[in-house]
Design a protein around this ligand. Sequence first.
Ligand SMILES: [Zn+2]
Length: 211
Amino acid sequence: MDIGIWALVISFMYSKSIQNLIDAFRKLPSVGQRTAERFVFYLLKSGKKEVGEITLSLKELIDNVKSCETCWDFSDHNPCAICNNKTRDQSLLCVISEPQDIPVIERTDIYNGLYHVLRGAIEPGAEEEWEKIKLKELFKKIRNKEIKEIILALNLDLSGETTMLFLEKKIKELNPEIKITRLARGLPMGSDLQYVDEITLGSAIKNRIGR
Ligand SMILES: [Zn+2]
């Protein structure tokens, strides 16, 4: 290929509006250049009505959804419906990594306590970076006498394990009276809670083991 053709290839670019949206989609998790391009051209072909609906949903998301400052789930209300529900067991707290884990556990119909969402996990070897996730907020709750048991329900991968070990140590230091449990064995190693079926997860919660 001579230099002239190369110049032509690298100078090819989408129109600015198309390129901007491709760049925006590429910021989403697991979306690479090809997928971002597919999304943009799908939208261009599908027309104004469909794009309008997506635009409206995005606007509602930004306008209405906020953080519940008690459990750190996302909700239309602060505090959210679960934190506000006094019929739930206030002495039981389930610690999870992501907001998406809450509906997964709720669907098992086994758990009736409260939640705390860490919004992430500690990477192995990065324990000193624990303040990046919602741990300070959790430590405040741990000092509260009302909590009798904390269930550590993080993903069974390296960062989940690192976070659970860190938490076990911290909880024992801050309030040794709290019972610490983990989900029962039987969940596949490396598994993300969101991909575990309800029956397996339900039984892992019911048969949780003390630490
Ligand atoms: Zn909440």
